[in-house]
Write a protein that binds this ligand. Structure first.
Ligand code: TYD
Length: 217
């Protein structure tokens, strides 16, 4: 059986990844692809529990090493339980975040050595690399103010999770991290501006996926 494709959607907080991941799943679903839409940290019972620890503001400060290992632990379970079996069954997997998030947040954001993060994640993923990674690019201030606006309109006062509560400079470094990843891996990592209407952005994202579709693998 033809094996499926693995697509990851990345970007700073407030870049609209989750919406784009969903729109891409709808687009591919209409084209009769069998889709698994998932997210990190999370996607399995264990990984969602780890997500709770990582994002709960009450967890407070965490050693960056502990943080990178918890994200990797969640990822290991996600890869073993969801991603690999789906790809082996010929499905297309769309993940809202993957290893590049750890490079951007724990590497550029927290200052851990990216080489070490790749190494830890090689263990977590068994060396699984996405076929395509779309980075939704947004500036740190704009991303954070989008989150504030969205949450205020949906539920009153905006509440930020443990990562979102980081200072703006942290989020600026995260964005730089993503742009550097796109420079380092130009064939895999494509940058799309997160500014504009969701439908217009979605057309750009699906265009990139179509190119992948026509590649011989
Ligand atoms: P996110 O996926 O943005 O969730 P939501 O859209 O529900 O707010 O939240 C996950 C947070 O975890 C986000 O701030 C990025 C961070 N993160 C890392 O720092 N490292 C990682 O490896 C991953 C997967 C996420």
């Amino acid at each position: 059986m033809a094996s499926g494709k693995f697509i990851t959607i990345e970007g700073p907080d407030g870049s609209g990844k989750s919406t784009q991941a969903r729109l891409l799943a709808e687009y591919l679903g209409k084209r009769n692809r069998s889709i698994v839409l998932t997210r990190e940290p999370g996607g399995t019972f264990l990984a969602e529990k780890i997500r709770g620890i990582l994002l709960d503001p009450d967890t407070g400060g965490m050693a960056p090493e502990a943080e990178v290992l918890l994200y990797a632990a969640a990822r290991a379970q996600h890869v073993a339980e969801i991603i690999r079996p789906a790809l082996a069954a010929g499905k297309w997997v769309i993940s809202d975040r993957f290893v590049d998030s750890s490079i951007a947040y724990q590497g550029y954001g927290r200052g851990l050595d990216p080489a070490m993060i790749w190494e830890v994640n090689r263990l977590a993923t068994g060396g699984l690399v996405p076929d395509l990674t779309v980075v939704l690019d947004i500036d740190a201030e704009e991303g954070l103010s989008r989150i504030t606006r969205q949450r205020e309109t949906t539920g009153g006062r905006a509440v930020f999770d443990r990562m979102e509560q980081e200072e703006t400079d942290f989020h600026r470094r995260v964005r730089e991290g993503y742009l550097d990843l796109a420079k380092q891996f130009p064939h895999r990592v494509k940058v799309v501006s997160a500014l504009g209407q969701p439908d217009a952005i979605s057309r750009q994202v699906s265009g990139l996926v179509e190119q992948l579709h026509h590649q011989k693998v």
